[in-house]
Write a protein that binds this ligand. Sequence first.
Ligand code: EPZ
Length: 435
Amino acid sequence: MAAVVTASQKVLKPHLLIKGGHALSGELKVSGAKNSALVLMTAALLTEGVVELANVPELTDIQGMAEILGSLGVSVKRRHQAIRLQADNLNHAEPPYELVNGLRASFFCIGPLLGRLGHAKVPLPGGCRIGARPVVEHIKGLKALGAVVNVEHGVVTASVPGSSRRLKGAPIMLDCPSVGATETVLMAAVLAEGVSTIENAAQEPEVQDLAKMLNAMGARISGAGGPVITIEGVERLNGCSYAVMPDRIEAGTFLLAAAITRSSLRVAPIIPEHLNAVLQKLRDCGCKLEIENQGITIIPGELHGVDITTQPFPGFPTDLQAPFMALLATAKGTSVITEKIYENRMQHVAELQRMGASIRLQGNTAVVEGVPQLSAAPVTGSDLRAAAAMVLASLAARGTSQVAGLNHLDRGYAEIEGKLNSAGTQIHRCNPELA
Ligand code: EPZ
């Protein structure tokens, strides 16, 4: 999405015009989970059979992954929220750099390619705006399963020595409960010879969703969702039909949209256990929550400050740190927010300050003093969740804000303005290049 330079040299990027002060009402529908759908799509590389995924969100990241799998020879057929994948004609194990470069999750391909073919060559995903994001634990895990792994010229080359080209089951202890490393090792170990264990594994719901789908394909995985996962390798896996779980981060963002506009709203579908830490903070800051029938109705009361520290699941998710900060910028009193997962995930602070928020930043800790009301301003979301925080702050601000950074927002929120407007907001998408 290119920018347009106006006669007065003003640079106009695609943006949302958001008129603040409109309450939300009714129900907001949650899409399938981006961070689950992406890894489930790569798991289709593990079988010749057909993998039919349902409830797949329509996002730019999903489109990116579909192109990467297509480039490896996977047949990919999309129809709205359904994708049919078949890797019965894999013609190589090296996704092209230009496709991988834009999508970190593409590195997830290395596990299933190595497990299925015995070799893989995948560009390093590299860092992003929120942190260095190394893949040391991924590589350590693959080596423990018997792979020879080299990193040269920004590319990770992995292969299994020996005629069988089959990985060997092994115990793996992760130094940090990395979601990506757990998913990569899981997908490599399901076709290995013998038993593997992953200790200090990530417990995120996305890891659980992956394990559930792999077991539906014939894998033998136990313990997903806990700190130790056991995988008994099998010879081969079948195809399956599987529905992606609801997106807990999108659900959390919608609950926060209601809270920041002081609106009562129902959000569904939600699996409450996927958001316990967030729901507790919403209650602590003054919201009433009615949980029933795969949905949550939120009724905000008078809101006050709470302290938040991001942690691996089941702790408070880093992906809702920025959206929750936008809310706490409008809540009475002081909140201390500490980011423990990424080293550089506080860039939304400056933009919230531009809207009149009172925030002091000390390293990865933000001290937020709530203000009665934010004021509209032109702001930019510097990454996916920062962009979501800008949308929320604008919903509560006095006046009309201009929110840029849609290339980030569209990676993780399917038609967000359509959904929010269906609940009562006034958001308009502007694409200067089309004007
Ligand atoms: C997944 O990223 C999500 N992305 C992220 O969501 C999410 O923030 C993250 O998990 C944590 O919940 C997808 O699933 C596509 P990690 P991932 O490996 O797997 C460090 C969003 O907004 N680490 O658990 O890359 C790493 O640097 C995105 O949707 C190592 O030190 O996350 C980071 O600080 C953003 N060494 C921390 O662990 C390693 O080898 C968590 O990373 C691997 C990771």
